[in-house]
Design a protein around this ligand. Sequence first.
Ligand SMILES: CC(C)(COP(=O)(O)OP(=O)(O)OC[C@H]1O[C@@H](n2cnc3c(N)ncnc32)[C@H](O)[C@@H]1OP(=O)(O)O)[C@@H](O)C(=O)NCCC(=O)NCCS
Length: 157
Amino acid sequence: MNIRLARVDDVMGMQSTNLQNLPENYVMKFWMYHAMTWPQISFVAEDHKGRIVGYVLAKIEEESGENGDPVHGHVNSISVLRSYRRLGLAKKLMLLSQEAMASIYKAEYVSLHVRKSNKAAIGLYKGTLGFEVAQVEKKYYGDGEDALSMRLSLKER
Ligand SMILES: CC(C)(COP(=O)(O)OP(=O)(O)OC[C@H]1O[C@@H](n2cnc3c(N)ncnc32)[C@H](O)[C@@H]1OP(=O)(O)O)[C@@H](O)C(=O)NCCC(=O)NCCS
């Protein structure tokens, strides 16, 4: 398995991984926008044939740095195909993105939203990576489920 920076021509593969895993899907221009605007903080995992089996898509919050809110990264979406799970891929993808957010953009923390019922993702964020719940956002998702808004400080790493 090879992990590398996501390129603009990966967006089809990333979207197809997403379609198989998550109810939240995005239009192609959303993927392109991220890959082109913040090209150093999104990563993909590919198999030996170059097929994308996992990705993390991240951004730097536009308003961060102003209004006293420190510059921070935000993970929009992360997904690993079912047969490649529990191999540590998501952990590696997250760590690379966090490292790049901190070193390139001087991000002070990283945020994300996760469904309250998503045990695997919460295990990854909280247990493995050390994220904490900042707040619960009621009915955040289209189907009415609550989101946990989580944060991890990137200082003193
Ligand atoms: C969440 C997801 C990305 C994790 O990917 P992964 O590559 O399997 O995760 P990793 O192998 O890096 O796991 C790292 C740690 O996270 C935790 N974890 C991962 N999957 C878990 C599960 N099913 N149950 C409990 N904890 C889990 C474990 O602590 C794991 O460490 P361990 O394997 O040493 O116990 C994957 O399950 C997925 O794609 N799910 C569908 C999409 C999704 O829900 N994305 C998140 C949206 S916010």
